[in-house]
Every structure is written in C-alpha cells, then in structure tokens.
Design a protein around this ligand. Structure first.
Ligand code: ADP
Ligand code: ASP
Ligand code: MG
Length: 416
C-alpha cells in the first residue's frame, strides 16, 4: 500500500480538488491511502473561531461563517446539483462545531482548540471523498480519530503506537482507495487531539509505519525539497536525493517542507518518502531514503522567523552551573517553550525559543526572580547545513548577529 498526503495548498480550491483527481489518474489509485489536510488556510480560520470563543463570544458566529463561506463556492463548483447530499453533510459538520461551542463547559484553551480546529480536516476529506465518488473513483472515508490513538496533550499529542497499530490493522482495508484526515487523533476518552500545526505529514508517516507501506508521497506546491524555502530565498535548487538523517536535520532546524516528526517512523522501516509537485505529478521530485547524505551536495538554508532570544546571567556574579541550567530547562518545559538553540558560558546562558504556545510572559516573570534577563523578541534564526564561507557571508550582510554557533556541518546565526 502507498500513502499519499495532500496538504492544504493542494486542495485550496475546487481546481485543487480536480487536480488531486488528475494526480490519482496519472499515478494510479489502487491500494492507496490518502491523507488530506484542511483546505487552504482553514486551520488558521478555525483558530480564529477558538480565539473568538475565548475572547469575545459575539464574534464566534462570524468567524465560523468565514470558514463556511470559504467552502461554499468550492462545493458549488464541484457538485452541480444543489440537492447533492454533500451540502447537508458539510452543513451538519459545521452544526457540530456550533453545538460543541454552545454546550462546552471546559475553560481549557488547548482542549477546546482540539475539539474545534480539526473540523477543517473533517470537512475537506468529506468533500474530496464525495467528489471522487461522484466521478467514479469509489473510496472509503475513514475517521482518523478511530485509528490514531494518543495521550491527552492537547495541541501536541503523543502517539500510543500499540493501540494505533491495532486499530490500523483492524480498520483499514488495504485493497481499497482510502481517504482520511491528517493532523488529528483521539485520546482514551475519545476526545479529539491534534499532533501540532502542519502535523498531517506526520499522520501519513504514522499510518505508513503501521501498514508497512511501500512508500509515502507528500504532494506539494514546490518541485520537491529545495536547498532553501523559495518564499525567503531567490535562488533555490532541487535536492534530488537525501538521506533520512539529512532530512531529519533539515526538518528539525525548521525546513517547513516536511514536518520534523515525519521521518523517524519511516526511517525505522526504511519506507521511502517522496516529495513531489502536485502540479507536475510525473516529475521525480525528491526522494528521502537510506542512501547518500545529500545530492547535489550544496549548502542548505533554513530560516525561522519570529523567534525569541533570552540571555540570562546571574544576579550575584556567580557562575551559571548545572543546578541553574536544570532549573531553566524546567521553566522552559513548564511554559511549553520550544528550544531552538542554546549557548552557555561561565556567566551567561542564551536560549533561542519558539514561543508557539504563548508562554513567554509567564516564563520571563519566573526567570526574573532568579536571573538578570535580557529578552530580544522577533529575532530570526538562520541555519546553514553544509555551510561554506560564501554561504555564511551571504547571510551576515545587513543583519546584527546576536549569537553564532558553528558545528562541523551546521552553522546557526540568531540575527535581528
Ligand atoms: P502543505 O500544503 O503540505 O501544508 P506547506 O505549505 O506546509 O505544504 O509546505 C510547502 C511549502 O514549504 C512551500 O511552499 C515552501 O514555501 C516551503 N518550504 C520551506 N522550506 C522548503 C524547502 N527547503 N524546500 C521546499 N519548500 C520549502
Ligand atoms: N491543517 C493543519 C495545519 O494547517 C495540519 C496540516 O495541514 O498539516 O496546521
Ligand atoms: Mg501545511
């Protein structure tokens, strides 16, 4: 069985859904499992619904109406008859969201978030499944929440591999064309959980692992993995082949073309990962496998914007030693900060962070009780894998470098 993952960009409009059909026609659709994300930027729009719910309940309806209004023309373009049952099915899904928000008693943001945002995926897969049925590609729609079992770390759930494996083996008929949602799972109480933003690639990998799939293909709006994000760099080149290890490193440092958790399950079973263009489905793209490190061997650039740099030093001229460092890490963990880079010297400790869950102010308050704290918000973290001096120079121009860290293969700069 093959696993195909279609991201939000690939199904952002009716043309995208029709193109998905074309990709299946050109590359075959037997024994295939499709993992599909929410359409376009729907997850952001669903996040707005959650924010409205917590900040100003009067705005909930209009925030939800945005999402409904976005899907309506897509439905109308894909299904000629207004009597087609898909219209009622999609409406019913949005009614579920409204019902949940009306009856919910939990004040927990992350819990509510997970119960709400996943409707983007439920709606998109319901639409794609009905469309493929309509044009004669019979398929099986699966609720991923019955397959992927997780703990209850809402917004960042961890997989229960045993239970997931069991469910996947029981519930997926590998002879069919199957369609399911990325990004979602469910916990022991069957509440919806999510695997972290952009987590659909990871879903594809989890399913591939449990199915012993022959390959995973993620269909993107780029020709494959490039040596830099074309949104930030003018000249980019396609990487034809990269090893799992190299891909893990690139994704870990922030190459957002692949979700960082995707690669390890695939590596474990040596399942190749293809990254290919949904616009040119017959082009080779990038193959991630157990072979060579990276081909062609060129510097790769990764940038993470909107990061936070915190520099800590002691209040009493003492050194920063093990017990301080363990205390700092405990605080980082407690405030759900994602650590990008650390650097320490005798009297100071710098850490570059992703304030993804908004814990920064709480963290700073705690740190200030114990340390002298300097905080730079809105810094960028540049990473160059396989750097050479020319590559480094190209970055240093025009920025103030706040931290530099050089390893054998990787150079990182925190810049303002
Ligand atoms: P999806 O539709 O699957 O969610 P994403 O938008 O998450 O797709 O990922 C595709 C985008 O990743 C590209 O449009 C590109 O801007 C960005 N990207 C970042 N780093 C790279 C890279 N090294 N190679 C290719 N694309 C990259
Ligand atoms: N729809 C989710 C997101 O936008 C998951 C994904 O697309 O991978 O984060
Ligand atoms: Mg995405």
């Amino acid at each position: 069985m093959r696993v195909f993952k279609f991201g939000g960009a690939s199904v952002k409009d009716a043309e995208g859904v029709k193109n998905l059909l074309k990709v299946l026609q050109e590359t075959g659709h037997e024994d295939t499992l499709l993992v599909i994300s929410a359409m376009g930027k729907t997850t952001n729009a669903m996040e707005n619904v959650v924010n409205a719910y917590f900040e100003d309940k009067n705005q909930v309806n209009s925030a939800l109406q945005e999402v409904i209004g976005y899907h309506q023309p897509i439905l109308e373009a894909l299904f000629e008859s207004p009597q087609h049952p898909i219209f009622e099915r999609v409406k019913a899904l949005f009614e579920e969201v409204k019902g949940f928000l009306l009856w919910n008693k939990s004040p927990k943001h992350s819990f509510v978030y997970d119960q709400v945002v996943g409707y983007g995926e439920l709606v998109s897969t319901t639409i794609v499944s009905a469309y493929l049925d309509e044009v004669g590609l019979k398929n099986q729609w699966l609720d991923i929440r019955e397959l992927i079992k997780t703990d209850s770390s809402y917004r960042d759930a961890h997989i229960n591999w045993e239970r997931t494996q069991e469910a996947v083996q029981q519930l997926i008929d590998t002879k069919k064309l199957n369609i399911t949602q990325g990004f979602l799972g469910s916990d022991d109480n069957n509440f919806t959980t999510t695997l972290g933003r952009e987590g659909s690639d990871y879903t594809a990998a989890i399913l591939a692992y449990c199915l012993n799939a022959s390959s995973v293909t993620i269909w993107k709006d780029v020709p494959g993995v490039l040596n830099a994000d074309p949104r930030n760099f003018k000249e980019t080149r396609l990487l034809n082949e990269i090893s799992y290890r190299e891909a893990i490193e690139l994704a870990f440092y922030g190459a957002s073309v692949i979700h960082p958790k995707t690669l390890q399950p695939l590596q474990r079973k040596e399942i190749p990962l293809q990254v290919r263009s949904f616009m040119n489905p017959t082009q080779q793209g990038t193959t991630v496998g157990k072979g060579v490190g990276i081909s062609p061997e060129i510097p790769c650039f990764i940038v993470k914007k909107n990061q936070v740099l915190i520099k800590l030093s002691s209040l009493d001229f003492s050194f920063i030693v093990e017990n301080n460092i363990s205390e700092i890490f405990k605080l980082l963990h407690d405030h759900r900060m994602k650590v990008d880079l650390i650097q320490n010297s005798a009297i100071s400790f710098s850490v570059c962070l992703d304030n993804r869950f908004g814990g920064l102010q709480g963290l700073l308050q705690e740190l200030k009780k114990k340390f002298k704290v300097v905080c730079h918000e809105d810094v960028s973290l540049y990473t160059i894998r396989h750097f050479d001096e020319k590559a480094v120079e190209s970055l240093q121009n025009g920025y103030t470098v706040l931290v530099e860290q050089r390893g054998k293969e990787t150079l990182q700069l925190v810049v303002k």
